[in-house]
Design a protein around this ligand. Structure first.
Ligand code: 3H9
Length: 697
């Protein structure tokens, strides 16, 4: 018998136990162990009912994703499920934790399901570029009807046990925390009452009710908007529809064929890379697992603007009290007002209750003095990008804050070491770069200074998790990982327009790649003045930053969405960018001033120049050790800038294209255009010479 699946008997109940940490995924050993245990239970004359239960933190969390892309070993999961369903003895699944993907499909192959009140179920395969491939698309709709099954399968969202009971996905929800006890009690009842075998495949009422329904086309139409560029959500709809048009066994075959199509798609590879990368980033290279983490039970924030307010909400959302300091009462009142409005909006949408609005607001205290930071475990500065002001603030914090308090800056570009030099405790100083809107965006780019202690690094990574962000630890340089690469892309996009492209053309190439918005729509969202101020600051410090048509927009107060006009124009109450002939005229005037004769620029050139310049910079970032692994860069871009997760992140995308192709183009642009940004990265050259990719590092 397999070590990971065991069979034993408790009275008249034959108990099949899965014990395969961390999440009881359905690897080969589990699949074959399940079949062996089932057969043992069937052969055990004393066992009247069989119970499937899992050890550890969860029921089966799905297929073993690490096996994807490798040759599949028999028995395959659909076959295991069929054998469970065909069992002559009733089989009961006892669910705790999360029954996900193949895990829920396993439970659906059983005849009855009992769950703890805290359990959740779901079919999240779509998030990995797949669809449920072990009968989920055929069995779930037989329990829930078409609409709910489509909702669960196309979003991948989890459903809590009480709702699963209402939907008929589970048959009973029990209080308690010992799943084995709960399962055994339920199974004993089944024995006593002589429950029959009840196969989901034989249920017909829901199928009959939704036959010929328009719900499938309705979902397809909605997905055209919601799942732009994605492959598997549409295949999910096709598979569920098969449950209503084909007999069960043929439906299973159709599901299998569609599953194989998804498995072969590059989107599956990208999404699974993103899944594991998201988990890997928390394992920081060179930081021992047992590094002590400081308690962060109270936080101070400087600046009640959009950023500071958003950051404050993150902490209040998880019950951590915040002291929010501003210079003037008016700005403080305004900031607190915006936070309340954001919470009220969430309450209106039903995401939180009115009581939660009040509880969270009560955790945020406004103040006009740094003295109120004296007991804070962590203070985050979120004022605008000016080194002199930041240094002044950190000197004050050094004087006020208790020993061991973490002093963090939300700077998006500036030198953490220089900021730390304003204090006598550089070991406690760190960057915590949130992304706007800070209460929504999942990325937290944590920046280590040269003297930041390991304890502080470990603490900011733990804080990221606590406030439900994805933390990535990166090194200190201008713009760190994200903005350093973004600025290269931005400069290239600007230059492309100088040379003859339109802003719309550049943006379309980027949105076609899968970004939610293009470079210039993003500039409008962030504010044209933000980039302008950064360029001016760099010009003032003697750097050679070429003039651009974007400077002209800033000088004419076209600051983006906030002034209803930037690179695009906006209509009252709408964020939809509309091309504006006034901007074409500004660009034209700029070209004339610079003596530029515009030329036709192809989409391919736009794609290469915007993306390859970033990849080349990403390679330099790796070369310099600013990012430890290419997956850190991928996660920064997926969660900070909306890079399509289905392409796995920019560095993964580059590996798929082929680094030799990228290097050739980079060398060509270096010859044609010159500039540091096109100087080929030494690492990129070496990888190409060695026939390796970023993922091999
Ligand atoms: C599927 O089922 C296809 C079928 O329809 C058809 C087949 C024919 N496999 O997230 P955590 C690892 S597709 C392998 O940090 P949490 C994870 O990498 C699958 N490994 O914990 C991590 O490893 P490490 C459908 C897996 O408590 C460790 O477990 N299922 C798998 O925050 C802990 O993970 C899903 O998509 C897996 N399936 O969250 C569920 N899952 O410690 C995916 C996790 O080395 N999983 N690992 O870094 C999840 O959503 C979350 O992991 C879960 C736990 C909610 C379960």
């Amino acid at each position: 018998m397999s070590e990971v699946v065991t069979y034993n008997r408790d009275g008249s109940v034959g108990v099949i136990t899965v014990n395969y940490p961390p999440v009881n995924a359905l690897g080969h050993a589990v699949r074959s162990g399940l079949l062996a245990a089932l057969n043992q239970g069937l052969a055990d004359a004393e066992a009247k009912v069989l119970l499937l239960v899992c050890e550890g933190r969860t029921f089966i969390a799905g297929a073993d994703i690490r096996e994807f892309g490798k040759p599949i070993q028999e028995p395959v999961l659909p076959e295991v499920m069929n054998q469970f369903e065909n069992s002559s003895k009733p089989v009961i699944a006892a669910i705790h934790g999360t029954a996900l993907g193949g895990g829920l499909e396993t439970a659906l192959g059983c005849h009855y399901r009992v769950a703890l009140g805290s359990a959740k179920v779901g079919l999240p395969e779509v998030k990995l570029g797949l669809l449920p491939g072990a009968g989920g698309t055929q069995r779930l709709p037989r329990l829930t009807g078409a609409r709910k099954a489509l909702e669960m399968i196309t979003t991948g969202d989890f459903v809590a046990a009480p709702q699963a009971l209402e939907l008929g996905i589970v048959d009973a929800v029990e209080a308690g925390d010992d799943i084995r006890e709960v399962g055994l009690a339920y199974a004993r009842k089944a024995v006593e009452e002589g429950w029959p075998v009840r196969r989901v495949r034989d249920l017909t009422d829901k199928v009959e009710a939704d036959k010929g329904s328009e719900v499938f086309d309705e979902f397809r139409a909605a997905l055209e908007k919601k799942a732009r560029g994605l492959f598997s959500p549409f295949k999910c709809v096709d598979a569920v529809e098969a449950a209503f048009t084909l007999p069960f066994d043929e439906g299973l075959q159709r599901e299998r064929a569609l599953f194989s199509e998804c498995m072969a798609s590059p989107q599956r590879a990208g999404l699974i890379h993103a899944f594991f990368a998201e988990r890997e980033v928390s394992k920081v290279k060179g930081l021992a697992k047992d590094t002590p983490v400081r308690d962060v039970n109270s936080v101070g924030i400087i600046g009640a603007g959009t950023m500071g307010g958003g950051i404050a909400m993150n902490f209040a959302n998880v019950g951590i009290p915040v002291t929010l300091v501003e210079v003037k009462q008016e700005a403080l009142d305004k900031g607190l007002g915006v936070i309340r409005k954001n919470y009220e909006n969430s309450a209106k949408k039903g995401r939180i209750s009115q009581q939660q609005v009040e509880e969270r607001m009560a955790l945020i205290t406004g103040s006009l003095t740094y003295d109120d930071f004296k007991d804070a475990d962590m203070v985050i500065e979120a004022v605008f990008e000016n080194m002199a002001i930041k240094k002044e603030i950190f000197a004050k914090l050094d004087a006020v804050c208790k020993p061991g308090a973490i002093l963090a800056s939300n700077t998006s570009t500036l030198d953490i070491d220089e900021i730390a030099s304003a204090t006598a405790r550089p070991q406690d100083v760190v960057g915590m770069h949130f992304f706007s809107p800070a209460n929504v965006m999942k990325l937290l780019e944590n920046v280590r200074g040269s003297q930041t202690s390991d304890e502080v690094k470990a603490t900011v990574m733990a804080v990221a998790k606590k406030i439900k962000k994805v933390g990535v630890l990166v090194g200190n340089c201008y713009g760190f990982v994200g903005n350093r690469m973004l600025h290269k892309r931005g400069a290239e996009a600007m230059a492309l327009v100088n040379e003859g492209a339109t802003p719309q053309q550049v943006d379309k190439v980027l949105t076609d790649l899968g970004y939610p918005m293009g470079q210039f729509a993003m500039s409008d969202l962030a504010g044209i003045d933000v980039g302008y101020r950064i360029r001016q600051e760099r010009r003032n410090s003697g750097e050679d930053v070429p003039l651009s048509w974007l400077d002209k927009l800033a000088e004419q107060d076209r600051l983006g969405q906030k002034t209803m006009a930037g690179v695009y124009r906006y209509e009252e109450g709408s964020r939809k960018p509309i091309p504006d002939p006034a901007v074409d005229a500004i660009i034209e005037e700029f070209r004339k001033e610079q003596g530029i004769t515009p030329r036709q620029i192809t989409d391919q050139e736009i794609l290469e120049r915007c993306m390859f310049v970033m990849i080349n910079e990403g390679a330099k970032i790796l070369e310099e050790g600013i990012a430890d692994r290419s997956l850190d860069i991928d996660i920064v871009w997926i969660y900070g800038y909306g890079f399509p997760a289905y392409r796995g992140g920019p560095m993964f995308w580059a590996d798929q294209i082929g680094l030799d192709t990228i290097l050739n183009a980079v060398e060509k642009y270096y010859d044609e255009l010159g500039g540091d940004q096109w100087q080929p990265s030494a690492l990129l050259k070496k990888l190409v010479a060695d026939g390796r990719s970023f993922g091999d590092l």
